[in-house]
Design a binder for this molecule. Structure first.
Ligand SMILES: [Zn+2]
Length: 326
C-alpha cells in the first residue's frame, strides 16, 4: 500500500511538471514572409547559401540554374498549401513569432485564422499596371492591410522614385502605413532568367532619396538592405533618420562570410537599432530556422544587439504594442 501511494504521488508530481507550459521563447518578428499558393512547378528543394559559386554561363548555352541542390541536406519545399500553412504556424507558435506577410489574400486570411494576432498582412505594388492608385488606396484603407509591401519596381526596370509610383506612396504616407521596398539583389542571373527588365543599378539605395524627400512622413524599410551596396545604404540611413533595413533573402542565399561582413558593417556604422529581421520565406518551411540561426550564431553581436534585430527594432518601426508580446 505504501509503495502504491508513493508511486501515485510520483506519477501525480510528474504529470504536474509535464502539464506546465515549456518556457516561452523570447518573441521574434519576421518582417518578410511571402504567403503564396504553393506552385508545384516552383517547388524544388534548395540548399541555403547556394550563391557561393556563380560561374556564369554562355548566351549560346542554357541559362545557369537559379538554385542549387548539391548539399548534404537540401531544404524540402512544401507540396501543398496546407502543408506550408501547418509548418509555418507550428514554427511561429514554437518560436513565439509574429510575421509581416504579403501575397495571396486568401492564404493570408487562413494563416491569420490559424494564428490569431501573429500575422500582419501587407499589400504591395511593383508597377502602375498592378492596380490603379484609387484601388490601391481603397485596399490600404480597408483595415485589413497594415503594411505596404513588398514593393519591387526594380524587377520592372522602374526606380522607386519614378513618378508613376508616387500616388501609391502618397496613399501610404497619408494613412500612416509603413512601406517595404525591394532594393538590391535578385539572385544569380536574374536579368537572363525570368526578369529581362531587372536592373542591378535600380537597387541603388540612393534612388530612394527623391521619393523620400517628396514624402517626409513616410516610414520606409529597405528590403534586402540594399545588398551589396553597403556604402550607399549607410549614407542613405545617415541622411534619412526614418529608414530601416531588413536582412531578408541574402541571409540564406549568399556566402555566410559575406552576409556576416554586411551585417557587421551596418552595426559598426551605428545602425544596429535599424536592422529588422526578415526571412523572405517562400516555399521551404525550414528556411525560417536556418535564417534565424545566422543571427543567433553571429558571435560579433551581443545578446542585446540580437534581440534588437530579432524583435525590438520591429516593435519600434511598426509602432507595435510591446505589452502584447509578453
Ligand atoms: Zn524582395
Amino acid at each position: 500500500m505504501r509503495l502504491f501511494l508513493t508511486l501515485s504521488f510520483l506519477l501525480l508530481t510528474l504529470s504536474c511538471v509535464l502539464a506546465q507550459d515549456a518556457p516561452k521563447h523570447l518573441p521574434i518578428i519576421d518582417v518578410h514572409v511571402h504567403a503564396m499558393k504553393v506552385n508545384p512547378a516552383f517547388g524544388g528543394d534548395m540548399c541555403p547559401w547556394f550563391l557561393k559559386n556563380m560561374p556564369g554561363g554562355d548566351p549560346g548555352q542554357p541559362p545557369p540554374a537559379f538554385i542549387n541542390t548539391d548539399c548534404a541536406e537540401p531544404l524540402k519545399a512544401a507540396k501543398t498549401d496546407q502543408e506550408m500553412q501547418d509548418a509555418v504556424i507550428a514554427t511561429m507558435k514554437r518560436l513565439n513569432m509574429t510575421i509581416v506577410a504579403y501575397g495571396d489574400p486568401a492564404i493570408l486570411r487562413k494563416w491569420q485564422k490559424a494564428a490569431p494576432g501573429r500575422v500582419i498582412p501587407g499589400i504591395g505594388i511593383s508597377s502602375p499596371k498592378d492596380m490603379t492608385p484609387k484601388a490601391f488606396k481603397d485596399s490600404l484603407s480597408s483595415g485589413f492591410y497594415e503594411v505596404m509591401g513588398e514593393v519591387a519596381p526594380q524587377y520592372q526596370g522602374i526606380s522607386p522614385s519614378d513618378m508613376s509610383l508616387d500616388e501609391y506612396f502618397a496613399a501610404a504616407e497619408q494613412l500612416n502605413i509603413p512601406v517595404g521596398i525591394h532594393m538590391g539583389t535578385g539572385g544569380n542571373g536574374m536579368a537572363n532568367l525570368t526578369s529581362p527588365k531587372y536592373r542591378a543599378s535600380l537597387g541603388n539605395p540612393f534612388l530612394l532619396e527623391d521619393m523620400l524627400a517628396r514624402h517626409p512622413k513616410l516610414k520606409v524599410w529597405v528590403m534586402h538592405a540594399g545588398y551589396p551596396m553597403i556604402d550607399e545604404m549607410i549614407a542613405l540611413m545617415g541622411a534619412n533618420a526614418y529608414v530601416y533595413v531588413d536582412l531578408a533573402g541574402f541571409i540564406w542565399s549568399y556566402p555566410q562570410e559575406e552576409i556576416h561582413d554586411y551585417i557587421r558593417r551596418l552595426v559598426q556604422a551605428g545602425f544596429g537599432k535599424r536592422i529588422l529581421y526578415g526571412t523572405d520565406l517562400l516555399v521551404w518551411p525550414k528556411l525560417t530556422e536556418v535564417s534565424i540561426g545566422m543571427i543567433e550564431n553571429a558571435n560579433y553581436l551581443s545578446f542585446e544587439q540580437k534581440r534588437d534585430i530579432l524583435f525590438n527594432n520591429a516593435v519600434r518601426f511598426f509602432r507595435l504594442d510591446e505589452s502584447k508580446f509578453k
